[in-house]
Design a protein around this ligand. Structure first.
Ligand SMILES: Cc1cc2nc3c(=O)[nH]c(=O)nc-3n(C[C@H](O)[C@H](O)[C@H](O)COP(=O)(O)OP(=O)(O)OC[C@H]3O[C@@H](n4cnc5c(N)ncnc54)[C@H](O)[C@@H]3O)c2cc1C
Length: 383
């Protein structure tokens, strides 16, 4: 559990960072979760408040407006967000996916243009890979970016894009050479405030993560300067994606473990107070055995994820191990949350009980960030 980690000697600076993240999620997010769920999006100001609290771009160097931290800081934010049940706020994607793309592949000018404003929350980001016709098969994207003089003309449709209604800087996966598969893919940053031909489609209705503005995006001859390409040359996008996706998968695995731990904590509390047949539910052996299994699996998952986290910090996390972490932890998350919900009986099915939300939020973890079938493909290829 998070509290235990603190007690067991989380480094002092990290423990302080955790406390401030916890305060932020408790004060600025938890009270609004139900309304955000109804509205299908979080308040725009929560981004700027998160910026003021030092929770945006924590792992970016200070010279680019970040806090000079590392993946441990991002992980703390994910854990504290899960603890507060504020799953709609797409901060981990902004911090842990888009910022690193700009930092690793952007030019000095691009870093200075975007990262400081991402750290304040003035800029909210998204990454647009998936299209109506293709998700797992990323090389088959059909959005095109045609070079015309010193501009690209981007045309195509994207769907399921996290932060889609809010983002004003979008990393678009497009084909600069539509005849090629992987070699034709490039990452191009689109600043939407000035983008003619850019349109946001529906904020999609989902079975969980209701406050997350997962959206359709349309690009119709959107002109951006060629200097918005990430990387020195066209055609590097697929390679860039492949080298950053393990980090994205770790974000999902960290979320999975945090959700399992929260589900177990909520359930332990519940089964101690709810009675049936004259005794607390925890006095039934089945309850204790189920929770014992859940706790064991969550502990194994945490140990594995801590190990992978260290590899992220060392720069040694390989594609297969990240894939193992993503598929296994999200599978276990779904199983554990389901077992926990069962112990709530009918109350577990009621929206007012946070366990029901953990259950609906869990399902997509096996799908996005690369489906769990694709994870097994990646592991299988390395055998
Ligand atoms: C809530 C939510 C948020 C999302 N956020 C983003 C985002 O911010 N940006 C973004 O770009 N995308 C995002 N996505 C999209 C997500 O990454 C894709 O849905 C996912 O990659 C799967 O693609 P698909 O939906 O097209 O499914 P498909 O690729 O059509 O797959 C359908 C099924 O076929 C299986 N399958 C496909 N290929 C193989 C294979 N080779 N072997 C075995 N089985 C296979 C899949 O595993 C799956 O079970 C999000 C999705 C959701 C639901």
């Amino acid at each position: 559990m998070h509290e235990a980690q603190e007690r067991e000697g989380e480094r002092e600076d990290l423990a302080i960072f955790r406390q401030s993240a916890r305060r932020f999620f408790e004060r600025e997010c938890a009270p609004h979760v139900a309304r955000w769920d109804r509205e299908g999006v979080v308040d725009r100001e929560v981004w700027t408040k998160a910026g003021e609290a030092g929770l945006l771009c924590p792992s970016m160097p200070e010279e680019y407006g970040g806090s000079g931290g590392n993946f441990l800081h991002e992980k703390i934010i994910i854990e504290e967000q899960a603890r507060a049940g504020a799953s709609g706020f797409g901060v981990s994607l902004h911090n842990g996916i888009v910022a690193p793309y700009i930092y690793h592949y952007g030019s000095e000018e691009q870093r200075r243009r975007w990262l400081p404003r991402m750290a304040t929350g003035e800029i909210v980001t998204a990454i647009a890979m998936t299209e109506p016709g293709t998700g797992s098969d990323l090389q088959a994207v059909r959005t095109t970016a045609k070079r015309q003089g010193n501009q690209y003309s981007i045309s195509g449709a994207k769907t399921f894009i996290t932060n889609g209604q809010t983002a004003n800087l979008i990393c678009v996966v497009a084909k600069t050479d539509p005849k090629e598969r992987a070699k034709g893919v490039s990452l191009i940053m689109v600043e939407t405030d000035e983008a003619e031909g850019f349109r946001r489609g529906r904020n999609l209705e989902k079975i969980g993560h209701h406050a997350q503005d997962t959206s359709e995006l349309f690009f119709d001859d959107v002109r951006v300067p060629t200097s918005n390409l990430l990387g020195a040359d066209e055609g590097l996008g697929f390679k860039q994606l492949m080298s950053q996706l393990p980090r994205e998968r770790m974000i999902i695995a960290v979320q999975a473990v945090a959700a399992m731990e929260r589900a177990i904590a909520l359930t332990v509390d519940y089964v101690k107070s709810r009675t049936a047949f004259g005794k607390p539910l925890i006095d039934f052996q089945n309850t204790r055995f189920k929770l014992a299994e859940c706790k064991t699996e969550a502990t194994v998952a945490r140990v594995f994820v801590e190990n992978c986290t260290q590899r992220v910090l060392d720069g040694t996390l390989d594609v297969e191990t990240a894939a193992m972490a993503k598929w296994w932890t999200t599978q276990k998350q779904n199983e554990i949350v389901d077992e926990c919900l069962q112990l709530f009986g009918g109350y577990g099915y009621m929206k007012e009980y946070p366990i029901s939300r953990l259950w609906t939020d869990a399902r997509v973890q096996k799908i996005y960030g690369g489906t769990n079938e694709i994870m097994k493909e990646l592991i299988g290829r390395g055998l």
